[in-house]
Design a protein around this ligand. Structure first.
Ligand SMILES: [Zn+2]
Length: 310
């Protein structure tokens, strides 16, 4: 059968990306420096953090009900003084024996021009999209889910199966997902359903406490979305998704209600439980929106916490 024009375009793009990866293997330091992959290990797992770029978000949307002076100080501490700020998007890649597991798929081509860079940065790290065997979703927001499908409407990771937490799948599929949402957020629901529909024959449903592979465990961190989960890697690293999104506010002011959280009160309770545990255990975290690569630890400070990179 003759390949269609779309298939040809796709092949061309794949060849281009393979070429770019091969070129990089011989060393183009400038390009590599722009697309770093941070590596660490946890038990027998090898982890890399690959950037998907960043989001550009309105500063006024961050904890708008917080005391104004404290809020201004928290934002100033991270240089967020203008009307918009950059929120990094850090995708964790876990090598577990023969499995190559991505935690979230990034934004893809249709969310924001500053994001959707995961495929290029994987190529720069010498990883072909075909090599990814599983994609585990922390939740169904655009910057985590929309990268499932590429600009040619095909699977970005053609050989991958998918893992979704039952409560998250049920939330987006259910009537409550769209209830009371402002018009500009309805697209989130429509796109989540479209993406989930595309993976429905390749998806494995899990619940908190389940292992993706032995030693890689699903942890309930609901509140940011109804079924939001984090991943415990061998008990020594927690991939936190969007349970802790801001390098100052989420740690120093965990009780502030965040606009982006679907269930703000539950998100607060989740943060407080999580921060207490992380500060006690000294578990390393990888935060999806913390300053790249989002790797660090939680320390107690005054009557709250702080994020320490390490
Ligand atoms: Zn996010």
């Amino acid at each position: 059968m003759r390949p269609s024009a779309r298939q040809l375009a796709h092949l061309d793009r794949r060849r281009l990306m393979a070429g770019a990866a091969a070129t990089l293997a011989f060393g183009l330091p400038g390009v590599l420096a722009a697309a770093p992959a941070t590596r660490l290990s946890a038990g027998t797992f090898e982890l890399s953090v690959i950037s998907d770029g960043h989001l550009l978000l309105p500063t006024e949307g961050l904890a708008p009900e917080a005391p104004p002076a404290q809020r201004a100080a928290a934002l100033a501490a991270t240089g967020q003084t203008g009307p918009q700020f950059q929120s990094p998007t850090n995708v964790t890649l876990i090598r577990a024996g023969a499995e190559l597991i991505l935690v979230d798929a990034g934004s893809g081509p249709h969310f924001m021009p500053t994001a959707g860079k995961l495929a290029e940065n994987l190529a720069a790290a010498g990883i072909a999209p075909e090599a990814v065997t599983q994609v585990v979703f922390t939740h169904g927001h655009p910057d985590h889910l929309w990268g499932t499908i590429d600009d040619l409407d095909e699977f970005t990771f053609p050989n991958a199966s998918y893992v979704v937490a039952v409560p998250e799948w049920d939330f987006w599929a259910g009537e409550n997902a769209a209830r009371g949402l402002p018009a500009d957020r309805l697209v989130f629901v429509q796109a989540a359903r479209r993406n989930y529909q595309r993976i429905k024959d390749k998806v494995r449903m899990v619940k908190p406490g389940d292992d993706i592979v032995t030693g890689l465990r699903v942890v309930d961190t609901g509140g940011h979305t109804q079924g939001h989960v984090s991943l415990d890697v061998a008990g020594s690293v927690l991939v936190t998704g969007d349970a802790l999104t801001h390098p100052v506010i989420s740690f120093a002011h965990p009780r502030w209600r965040m606009t982006a959280d679907h269930e703000p009160e539950r998100a607060v309770a989740t943060r407080l439980t999580l921060l207490d545990r992380l500060a006690t255990d000294k578990t390393r975290i990888i935060g999806f929106h913390l300053p790249y690569p989002g790797v660090g630890r939680v320390e107690r400070k005054d009557d709250a916490y702080r994020f320490v990179t390490s």
